[in-house]
Structure formats: C-alpha cells, structure tokens
Write a protein that binds this ligand. Structure first.
Ligand SMILES: *Cc1c(COP(=O)(O)O)cnc(C)c1O
Length: 633
C-alpha cells in the first residue's frame, strides 16, 4: 500500500485529531476500531459490515456499538482524577455517576456499572422513567444514585423506594417545594435519603450550552434559597442528611478557563456551608467535560481546548486551593460526565445509494444551431471562450445570461427545449470556471460558494432526524468518512442527502481543523460497487433524541466485542424497525390496515377494473410489506 496516499487520506479526514486513539486505517485501506486507546487489537469495520450483509442477511444502516470503548473512557476518566489527586495531594475521593439522559440504553448503563465496580460508579437520573430503570440495576456498594431534575410526589416516592432497597440515594433539591415535600414523605415512610442542594452559580460555561449556568439558569437554588433550605433542614432536625452540593454549568464547555472559574465559586460555596458546621461531604461538579468533535483543540463550539487529564487537573487543583485557603476538608468529588463517556462508543454506518447531480452531464443534447435564440448563442460563446484569465468575468456574464434566459422563457419567447439547452450551457460554464478558480488557488468566497453548489449530493441511506439529530437541530458537527477505499485518494466533493422527504435532511457541514468544510471529500461513486460511510462520535445524545420523522425507525444494531486474540465477535444483533413497528408508533392497527386495503381491492374487482389473480397478488404483497425495512433495501 502506498503510505503517502494513506497519510493524505488521514490528513483529509483528520481521524487522528478527533479519534482519541480508537480509530485507524488498516493495511487493506479499511477503517479499524481499537477497543482501547492505541490498542494493537482492532476490528475491521468493512469486514464487519460485509459479514452483517452477506452472512447475516441484514441491510444498512447499521449502528455499531463497541461497549469496550465505554469501559476504556471510564478508566481514562477515573485515572485522570486519581492522578490529579495524587499530584495535588487531594484527600477526597472520586465518585463518578453516569447521567442516564446522555444514553439511557440498558447495554450502556450496565456496562458502566460493571466496569465501575472498583470505582463505585453510580447513576444520575433526571426523570421518573430513568429512576425506575435505575432502581432495577445492581449498583456497587457506596456508589451514589443521584436524582436531579424537577420532581413531583411520585418521583420522590420512587427515590425513597431506592433508599429502602439499600441504595445510597441523593435527592438533589432544585426547588424549595421539593425539599418540603421530600421531608414530609421521608417522615411518613421512615426512609432516610441523602439530600443534595443544586446551586445556581454566577459563573457560566462556554460554548453552546453556556446559558445552562449563570444567574438566569433554569435549574438551581439562589443563595437565599440555599440558606432557606438549611433553615428548613435544621428545623426538621435533618441537617445531618445534607450531604452534597451540586452544580452543572452546561454541556460541552469549550474553554477550560470557565471550568476553573466555576470550580472556584463552587468550592467557596461549599467551604462557607462547611464553616456553618454542616458536614456536606460531596461536591458534585456535574458534566460539561466536552468532546473534541473536530479535533482542533480550540474553543470553537465543536471542540474543546483541553484533554480529560487537563480538565481533571484544573478541577482538583482549584478546589483544593480554595478548601485549603478556607481551612475546610477536601470534599469527595462527584462527576457526572456523560458526553465524553459515550460519544466514541458508537459508529453509524450506512451506504451511499446514488448521486443527485446539480446538472446531468450525461443526457445527450442537441447542438447549438442558427435557429437558436440570441441568449443561447451568448452562453455558447462564453463556454467556448472561458479561460484562466477571464473566468471571473465570464462567470458573471453567464449569471446575467441565465437570468435573461428565464425572463425570456417567462415571456413565452423561449421553448422548453431551448431552456434546457441554455441551462446545461450555463452549468458547464460554472463547472469550468470553478475548476479554473481551483487551479488558480483563488481564495474567493463566490467561487467557494460555486464549488458548494456544484458539489454532488450523495444520497445516503439513513435519516438525519433519527441517527444524527443534533446535526440538524443545532448544527453539531460529526466526523464522517468512508470505511473502505482509504488507500485511494478521494477525488469528489459532495454533501450528503438523507432519504427523508425533508430538505433539512442533509449534512452540509463537515469537520475541519481550521474551519468548517462545506463539502466532504469522497470517492467517485459508481453504482456497481457499494460505498459505505460512517458517522463518528454519535454515542452521546443522538440515539435517545432521534425522532421518527417520515416513519424511518431504528437502524439495525450490532454490538461488537474484540477478544484478547484480536478477533471481533458480534455479541448482540437487534434488527432495525420494520414497517409494522412504525405503523404501531403512529397508532395504526395492522389488521385494520389489511381490512381497509382489502375492501378497496374488492371494490376494484367488483367494478371490473382488476381481475381476481391481480387482486390476490396485490393483497399478498401488501400483507408481506409490513415486515419490510423502513429504509432503502
Ligand atoms: C446533561 C447533564 C449532565 C451530562 O453532561 P455532559 O456534558 O454530557 O457530560 C450531567 N449533569 C446534569 C445535571 C445534566 O443535566
């Protein structure tokens, strides 16, 4: 294999910048996944996909889940806090909890709990359904079950059931009324939950979720509310159950400076409470540890300017300094990192099905002749004359002539055939001008835009709304690249269109070290050879926030484990949604559908518009389709 080519391909897609050591290109030019950072063992993703299709007879799109990466990320997080504690002589412990809202799948939560036995890894939940699921899971002793979010009586009662079942439940108070109700119910049931207080910090995070912190944040208690909680607890003789102080200044904090500021403020609040002779032992610093989606290590919203280790160092050092200054004990640190724990562990793979071209250059067209209108003539001579010196001017002239063409068409002066001829000439001029601008290395916004317009749209068998909703909703960037042909330079520029009937169902912004790319380098598509691409870092938030737009359902899911010998095993397969599943979702009844369709067919037969044989085969086909995939097959 030509290693120069692979170096170029690595540079184009940047997987060494954003991959955190979990991805590489193997000898066959295929994407490889490592179960652990820079582990020599790998799974060949192309082979895996071929096995799913050829042997297991499954069809893309596929969600590939690598649970080992969850464990590896958790170990990285724990090690980072452990080393920081050692380095700065921090005497408190570290209690990670997994925030379920990031990825509530049982496989994911259980993997953390299994992996985190030694570390007393717990769970954080923010709703009754999450709490209900959490109550069923076996947690390591001493690990916490943190209840956040707005709570009603049922939520609080569920939390108390957790206490009764022997779990270390912390009810984090978001509103004063919650505390009053919690105290009443605890009295009634005799269960003794731990109480946490969520503080509203003045400090804000940075990036997209900065408004989760600061004075106008949705969650948390103001300083006077915190003091009122203390008063209520004291009055109820329950001050001893106040164990934890919590804050969360927003997800994906891009700038480590903001982390330090928030920690300073939070540690002071903790110290002042501690000095009131209240033995709060845990400081819960929330989530916010971000993922470097574009690999640029900057404060750009899709990036972060720190590593996990730097984040942990800053947290531990800052809290230690404040506590030493205030002469209070170092609290145990509770961390609620979810995004960075889960983002890397899934890979969404699908195939390019077709190419949607801006203009079809393969349809034969009549030559320009003397009978053609003047405007066609003008366009033809622009096309013949465009060169490296005049491409800018000729391109502008072509824009004028195209307007002229459409004006004349609307006045009835130009035929449909001539309009087609004129449009093709116009796009040919554009393609030439764009190529000349590229050769001249001209950094001109209008030609960047032209390149984007001329870029092919690759029709990709998936739904953005189901599998990468943040791409549509908040313009989140996800790294995307092919999983094979990586020993071959990509020569096309394309954007991706999904199979939904929604023009927002496309991806036209891609990761880049210095910028955001508007087109992605891809290999020339041909319909003889299947071409597969993967979306990376989709393991956080995407699965649970994906919607059923257009009734495309779940992709087929495969769980992959790599053994000590470096062989991969498919440890779980979950077939993707069938048409019937989506009928249920939209409240159709399968039997009713069949009966209604049958009635319409029967009416056609009675009316003599359909014979019996065709009617029977139509019925059979309709009935069988319900078991088919919602995606293109
Ligand atoms: C969403 C959330 C988290 C997870 O944050 P990440 O940035 O994904 O790690 C943690 N704690 C609370 C309270 C949250 O709302």
């Amino acid at each position: 294999m030509n290693s120069a080519t692979v170096d170029d391909v690595l540079r184009i897609y940047g997987l060494e910048n954003w991959g955190a050591g979990y991805f590489s290109i193997n000898r066959n030019g295929h994407l490889a996944v490592h179960p652990e950072k820079e582990d020599a063992r790998t799974a060949d993703v192309y082979e895996l996909v071929r096995e799913l299709i050829d042997q297991r007879k499954l069809a893309p799109p596929f969600l590939l889940r690598f649970p080992q990466i969850l464990g590896a990320q958790l170990r990285r997080l724990c090690l980072a806090y452990e080393s920081a504690a050692k380095q700065f002589e921090y005497t408190g412990g570290h209690f990670p909890v997994f925030p379920m809202k990031v990825n509530p799948r049982r496989e994911v939560v259980e993997e953390f709990l299994r992996e985190g036995k030694r570390q007393a890894v717990g769970v954080e939940c923010g709703s009754k359904a999450e709490l209900y699921a959490a109550l069923s899971l076996e947690q390591p002793p001493d690990s916490l079950l943190v209840c956040n979010g707005f709570k009603d009586e049922t939520f609080l009662r569920l939390a108390l059931l957790g206490v009764q079942s022997g779990k270390r439940v912390v009810i984090v108070i978001e509103k004063l009324n919650e505390l009053k109700l919690a105290l009443k119910l605890a009295e009634e049931t005799g269960a003794l939950p731990w109480i946490g207080l969520r503080a509203k910090l003045y400090s804000k995070g940075s990036g997209k979720w900065a408004s989760s912190g600061g004075e106008s944040a949705k969650f948390g208690l103001t300083t006077s509310e915190i003091l009122e909680c203390v008063r209520l607890l004291r009055a109820a003789n329950k001050l001893g159950s106040l164990k934890l102080l919590h804050f969360h200044i927003g997800s994906q904090i891009t700038d480590v400076k903001r982390v330090k500021n928030a920690m300073k403020e939070a540690a002071r609040v903790y110290a002042k409470i501690r000095q009131m002779q209240i033995e709060v032992e845990y400081l819960d610093i929330g989530g916010g540890l971000g993922v470097d989606y574009d690999g640029s290590k900057t404060t750009f919203e899709g990036s972060v300017n720190y590593s996990i280790e730097e984040f942990a160092n800053n947290v531990v050092y800052t809290i230690k300094s404040v506590c030493d200054d205030e002469q209070v004990p170092h609290p145990h640190l509770v961390t609620e990192s979810g995004r960075v724990m889960t983002a890397y562990h899934t890979l969404f793979v699908t195939e390019i099905r077709d190419e949607i071209e801006t203009f079809a250059d393969d349809i034969p067209m009549a030559a320009v002749d003397d009978d053609d209108p003047q405007v066609i003539y003008e366009l033809k001579s622009l096309l013949d004359g465009v060169n490296s010196k005049n491409y800018r001017e000729y391109y502008h002239d072509a824009l004028d002539q195209k307007d002229e063409l459409h004006t004349q068409f609307n006045l009835g002066l130009v035929s449909l055939e001539d309009r087609a001829k004129g449009e093709v000439l116009f796009w040919e001029i554009c393609a030439k001008a764009s190529q000349l601008a590229h050769q001249a290395d001209a950094d001109e916004p209008e030609f960047d835009e032209l390149k984007r317009i001329l870029a092919a749209k690759y029709l990709c068998n998936f739904s953005v709304f189901r599998s990468a909703p943040d791409s549509f909703a908040i313009n989140q960037l996800f790294p995307i690249m092919p999983i094979h042909r990586l020993n071959e330079l990509p020569t096309d520029f394309a954007t991706l269109a999904d199979v939904t009937c929604d023009s927002d169902g496309c991806i036209d912004h891609f990761v880049d070290l210095k910028d955001v790319k508007q087109v992605l380098e891809l290999h020339k598509f041909n319909d003889q050879q299947p071409y597969f691409v993967a979306l990376f870092l989709t393991g956080a938030y995407q699965e649970v926030m994906g919607s059923f737009h257009n009734l495309f359902g779940q992709p087929t899911e495969a769980q992959v484990v790599i053994d000590a010998g470096g062989r991969y095993h498919l440890t779980k397969l979950i077939t993707g949604s069938r048409i019937g599943d989506m009928l249920n979702f939209a409240k159709y009844d399968k039997q009713q559908c069949l009966e209604n369709f049958q009635r319409q067919i029967a009416a056609q037969v009675v009316g003599g518009r359909l014979d019996q044989a065709h009617a029977e085969s139509a019925m059979k086909q309709y009935e069988q389709s319900v078991n088919g995939s919602t995606y293109l097959e």
